[in-house]
Design a protein around this ligand. Sequence first.
Ligand code: HEM
Length: 420
Amino acid sequence: MAPDGLSLVSATIIPKDMFFYNLLKPWLGDGLLLSAGDKWSHHCCLLTPAFHFEILKPYVKIFNKSAGIMHAKWQCLALEGSTHLDMFEHISLMTLDSLQKCVFSFDSNCQESPSEYIAAILELSALVVKWQEQIFLHMDFLYNLTPNGWRFHRACNLVHNFTDAVIQERRRALISGGSHDFLKAKAKAKTLDFIDVLLLAKDEDGKQLSDENIRAEADTFMFEGHDTTASGLSWVLYNLAKHPEYQERCRQEVQELLRDREPQEIEWDDLAQLPFLTMCIKESLRLHPSVTVIARRCTQDVRLPDGRVIPKGSICVISIFGIHHNPSIWPDPEVYNPFRFDPEIPQKRSPLAFIPFSAGPRNCIGQTFAMTEMKVVLALTLLRFRVLPDEEEPRRKPELILRAEGGLRLRVEPLSAGSR
Ligand code: HEM
């Protein structure tokens, strides 16, 4: 499809199809993912600054720290003799830990000890998948009568209460600290979390987001940001476990970058100095895209570049997985070959041949956040561990995101300081 094709048609002519997304409504409210029309455009403008690189830069420290906690756990498990680990389980906790710190500045220690809030998010994500599979329960009143329905609402309340409490506390701090002076001081010290940015956000008429809207956006970031990034990271580790030659090349790139540096941490400016590792992440997102399909509803006839028309009323299910495996664009599509993304080789393919973060007006607002976190965590993981495939080959399982049946198990071997 040409860049001026379907994906760039206004978000209002081709809104998201809500059949599936409605299931998320009680949890995520009218956050960016689920809102439509004027509300979406208004919020999109207000939220874009939250993902400005000046806001994201300090989060790199958080990513280093969260990865460090996960790696310390892996070291302990290795000492006890457990080296076969489910990547999804470990990495989802780590991405949730990071998000909770970036969104709320809250440290729940969820990687070390159970957290009610994090357990509720994991339960909600699992329940939404089950609910999606039971079409006869799509009517709220039926679902609400089932034990899963009760669990869903209990977990929703817990998550909402947590977010509300943070917003209320921050509002109180704002009042006692002299309103905007408080946030300005934080902004100067570069410690703004997403809640601060949302509280600061104002449109051109000076209108701010209501508490309910802030909650919806914060809950949406927690939902959209954890599983997607965990899936991306788990699959890139799998692909590098299957291709030790690429794994070693990434490791050398990281070692070279961090040579003579203590502590061995990745900084914002390092992110552009990891070209091969970036190619490996992109090729993994092609082969194993975290989000495999998206859906849009045409509210008007839509003319494609080749003249064919998608009639008004059609629901288009766009397979990101299918686009990424199209053999006329990606020869040997099942082969993991990071050189497809070599920036030195000019690419003739359309920019729409690779859309892990979707495309057009409703693409992923969190993509720089996600790429940053994936680069930091992958670099540190390869610096500290060798990853090897498990005896059993995983089977891809597309749910809300691309998982593996029964988890994605890999072997991790700590690298001694000498062998680094
Ligand atoms: C590897 C990680 C990620 C992938 C592959 C990914 C992918 C996507 C895709 C494909 C969409 C479009 C969904 C649709 O059209 O139905 C999307 C939307 C979205 N993503 Fe991400 N995402 C990732 C990480 C994140 C993170 C870390 C955040 C926030 C912290 C985030 C926030 C959002 C939001 C708010 C939307 C809705 C945007 C809108 O409708 O305007 N995502 N993402």
